[in-house]
Design a protein around this ligand. Structure first.
Ligand code: AVJ
Length: 322
């Protein structure tokens, strides 16, 4: 059997192995306690996230897909021919496929992903289905400054693709930092294509993070299961609860894990005390208006050239240029 994937060369920028133990101990020592949303995603967490995307309340994925399907030819025209599509995160999903299928040839695709196995798995699937697209996987942490190994930069336009409202998981100052870094990496003639969830009726937003079937609650609490397994901690998962609220001042969903009683948790010989009702902050999901996102991009030296949305204006795809 021949496989296009066998020819793919991995460019390894050797991201430093992240220090989950140190990170978790530090986050639980803070007042208030805080843990990074990246710890949601072990194998079970990734499966639960896929299920979240299928819940009727979680409109984000459906709206983003709908707006892409509706505007694909305009999006392809705006990006132009001979594009190098750089994706932050390994997109093996349907959105990446849609784009790759519709962009004007020749297209090269460079996913930037910290997990070597996720990176290679996604590239192998894509390479087999798209033998004419040059695959340039890069193993790196896209939140850190990186030098993208872009071949013949002058002949190809670099477009950075960052879908799914992942930008919303960063606080404003960090989001500006990340956008600034995109501007550096795409160069003067490049562009960025960023999926951004829009401000709307808070009831709609809150429902998306509190689905009736309880999938989001299971996803949130899975962080404790993950930490128990990975670090030998003894969180009693039934002693905690998921809470996600829209904060109108900061215009974001703030997700917490609440302790249902007074209890102690042990990790590597250290004890962490929880009062009844005490919480761990585990995720922000920032929502933007067209204006507030344009302002954020402006702070990073980027200009919004086009915005595509779904018919209900739930979600947006923002086309940014230097
Ligand atoms: C895919 C990370 C953007 O913040 O909406 C879904 C993750 N958290 N439900 C989001 C998530 C709770 C999601 N992101």
């Amino acid at each position: 059997m021949t496989s296009a994937a066998l020819d793919v060369q991995l460019h390894d920028l050797q991201p430093s192995a992240d220090d989950m133990l140190g990170d978790v101990l530090e986050g639980l020592s803070r007042q208030p306690k805080q843990l990074s949303s990246k710890y949601f995603y072990d194998a079970r967490g990734s499966r639960l996230f896929e299920r979240i995307c299928e819940q009727p309340e979680y409109y984000l994925t459906r709206a983003e897909l709908a707006l892409m399907r509706e505007h694909l030819s305009q999006i392809a025209d705006a990006l132009g021919p001979e594009v190098l599509l750089v994706e932050y995160g390994s997109g093996s999903g349907i959105k990446t496929r849609l784009l790759l299928e519709h962009l004007h040839a020749p297209v090269a695709y460079m996913p930037v992903e910290i997990s070597r196995s996720a990176l290679m798995a996604s590239v192998e699937r894509l390479a087999d289905d798209h033998p004419s697209i040059q695959m340039l996987p890069v193993c790196a942490d896209f939140t850190q400054p990186i030098e993208l190994p872009i071949p013949d930069r002058k002949q190809r336009r670099t477009v950075i693709y960052f879908p799914g409202s992942t930008i919303g998981n960063f606080e404003a100052s960090q989001a500006v930092r990340l956008l600034r870094q995109m501007r550096e990496e795409m160069g003067e003639n490049g562009a960025a294509l960023v999926g951004v969830d829009l401000l709307k009726d808070p009831a709609i937003i809150e429902a998306a993070y509190n689905d009736a079937a309880g999938v989001t609650a299971a996803f949130t609490l899975n962080m404790l299961v993950h930490i128990n397994r990975e670090l030998g901690a003894d969180f009693d998962v039934d002693g905690f609860a998921h809470r996600a609220r829209f904060n109108p001042q900061t215009e974001r969903i703030e997700t917490h894990i609440d302790s249902l009683r007074k209890q102690d948790v042990h990790i590597e010989g250290r004890a962490f005390h929880f009062d009844a009702g005490e919480s761990i902050l585990v995720e922000y999901s920032c929502k933007y208006s067209r204006e507030s996102f344009a302002r954020l991009a402006g702070e990073a030296g980027l200009r919004v050239e086009r915005v595509w949305t779904d018919p209900d204006e739930l979600f947006s795809l923002q086309y940014l240029v230097a």
